[in-house]
Ligand binder design. Structure first.
Ligand SMILES: [Zn+2]
Length: 320
């Protein structure tokens, strides 16, 4: 393929980027199935929670005993050690009320705290009037309530751990909006971490799209948005881009080429910035949707790598 000869595909994982020493490793052995699971994060986990409580909570979902998908809450300290782990019992969080007269054990009530999603510039609340994300993994309801007018919709994720409810403008197609809610609920359910600042940006992104049927590429963009992703590139990829941009991205305008160059510069391995930090550098000139579309294209051509926070299985005693 011509493209490949002009612009060879680079193996971004490890080889050309000597950044592994900067990654934080979170490793634990599951108490139930014995799998050794690991996450390499470029993300600094020094959050408010760590300062106030001395630990942060993150979530790993894996095929556990009897190949059952099991979410596990991990308590991680400042040195990235897992201090304790608690499996979340999916079945028990499903039932809310015991059936009278039957000998059914009382379900565990998950105590939910509330956190407000900040309304940021770019979100007008015209199509989306309110949103509530009930996230049992984080034991938190993320809420933004602008108006009590409109149609109410909700969708629950596969494991029933995340429910997204929304009130939308009556003019917006409920059928399409519902599809978006399904995507958001299922994406949040598989996230290691979630914070409300990301949700503020998600609302900006959704406002103009909620009435349209979601496309496949938009599912990828939602994944980028909610994954606390890091963007990685380097000098040689930038040089290659500068030399071959009109061949690799012939449909782009000059302005798009220059934004893309700025994005790649900001993704250099030494900076290891998150998607949001890179967006900050171009947001005055680009909408979030335009930015994500550039990121998607740059990733497709392997000019940048989008690395999300996720766990991998290092070893599996069941298969030995
Ligand atoms: Zn397990």
């Amino acid at each position: 393929m011509l493209l490949k000869t002009i612009f060879p595909r680079f193996n971004l994982r490890g080889s050309i980027l000597n950044i592994d020493d900067r990654r934080h490793e979170v490793k634990y052995m599951c108490n139930k199935c014995g799998k050794l699971r690991v996450m390499f994060s470029l993300c600094d986990l020094k959050t408010e929670d760590l300062a106030s409580k001395g630990y942060i909570e993150i979530t790993d979902i894996h095929n556990c005993v009897e190949s059952k998908l099991t979410p596990i809450t991990l308590y991680v300290d400042a040195s990235y050690s897992v201090r304790s782990q608690f499996p979340i019992e999916v079945e028990k969080t499903k039932t809310t009320e015991p059936l009278p007269g039957l000998d059914i054990p009382l379900p565990i009530k998950v105590k939910m705290g509330n956190r407000e999603i900040e309304k940021i510039k770019g979100f007008r609340g015209k199509n989306i009037r309110s949103i509530k994300i009930s996230d049992k993994l984080r034991q938190t309801n993320f809420i933004l309530d602008i108006s009590n007018k409109g149609n109410e919709l909700s969708s629950t994720s596969k494991m029933s751990l995340v429910t997204v409810s929304m009130r939308i403008n009556k003019k917006v197609s409920e059928e399409n909006a519902k599809k978006w809610l399904e995507i958001i609920a299922s994406t949040i359910e598989t996230r290691v971490m979630l914070d409300e600042t990301v949700l503020s940006h998600l609302l900006v992104y959704l406002e103009g799209k909620i009435g349209e049927k979601p496309e496949e590429y938009e599912k990828i963009e939602v994944e980028f948005l909610l994954s606390n992703s890091h963007l990685i590139s380097n000098e040689s990829l930038l040089t290659n881009f500068e030399e071959n941009k009109s061949k690799i991205f012939p449909d782009w305008t000059k302005v798009e080429h220059s934004y893309a160059a700025k994005i790649i510069q900001n993704c250099s391995a030494s900076k290891h910035k998150t998607l949001w930090e890179v967006y900050e550098t171009v947001k005055d000139k680009q909408t979030l949707t335009e930015f994500l579309s550039l990121i998607r294209e740059l990733r497709k051509q392997e000019v940048i790598k989008v690395e999300k926070m996720e766990f991998f299985t290092l070893s599996d005693p069941q298969t030995k």
